[in-house]
Design a protein. Structure first.
Length: 242
């Protein structure tokens, strides 16, 4: 919905807003990984299972590193290796960030579906509250992810469609959890760690280097403020969840 509103803005305003949305998305991804997904995973396994969460986190980093390498390799073969190589590589990293955010969000949304299904199976009121909390939690992600997809070079139409499609994975996760809750809940903490790794990788390896392309004091201060805002919004949403 918010992504659709963004599409209605004049092109000049969208162009100005896009870098700011990328900064906000960076904070939102960092906040979701470090304030929500990882704490939830560790809480579910307890102190004895922390090592397993660490292994899942490392596996997640490896997975997203390989995915990015494959995307970069694909794009590298579509450009001439001449004086434009550096610019092409930067463009490839932006495109890779778009692919990574689709994969990471699909995992995250599917896990949201599992949590919602578990809540409804526990208590109707708890289920309704969980739906509201997850919706509030996802608002900054929907806006931020749309900005990332646009930043990766996708058209507005394609970015909006992919944004909506990744949201549907929550339905898939909820259905699978409803019919196989016991096994799904057993794997949930480790899947949460993999999703957290994906968000951290996207923010640190994909978005932050892009933000460093502009290093003047005014832009840098704006980026820090918007990253902090993204973290703050996620922290607020997570406090509502609990």
């Amino acid at each position: 919905m918010l992504a659709g509103v963004f599409l209605l803005l004049p092109e000049s305003l969208r162009t100005k807003a896009l870098p700011h949305l990328v900064s906000f998305a960076t904070g939102a991804l960092l906040g979701a990984a470090l304030l929500a997904l990882l704490p939830e995973a560790l809480e579910r396994v307890g102190a004895d299972g922390a090592e397993g969460i660490g292994v899942a986190l490392l596996a997640g980093f490896g997975l997203f590193f390989v995915i990015e390498k494959l995307v970069l390799w694909r794009h590298a073969h579509s450009h001439e290796h001449d004086e434009m190589e550096h610019e092409a590589h930067a463009h490839s990293r932006d495109a890779a960030s778009g692919v990574l955010v689709i994969v990471g969000d699909s995992i995250h949304n599917a896990l949201d579906g599992v949590l919602v299904a578990a809540a409804f199976l526990t208590d109707l009121r708890l289920g309704i509250l969980t739906v509201l909390a997850v919706a509030a939690h996802e608002v900054p992600h929907r806006v931020g992810d749309f900005a990332i997809l646009l930043h990766s070079g996708m058209s507005r139409r394609r970015a909006l469609i992919l944004n909506l499609v990744t949201g549907l994975t929550a339905v898939i996760g909820g259905i699978l959890a409803w019919f196989g809750l016991r096994s799904a809940m057993g794997m949930l903490p480790y899947a949460l760690a993999v999703a957290a790794a994906g968000f951290l990788y996207i923010a640190v390896a994909g978005l932050i280097p892009a933000l460093h392309r502009r290093a003047d004091p005014k832009t840098s201060l704006t980026q820090v403020a918007l990253i902090s805002l993204g973290v703050g919004v996620i922290a607020w949403a997570e406090s509502r969840l609990h």
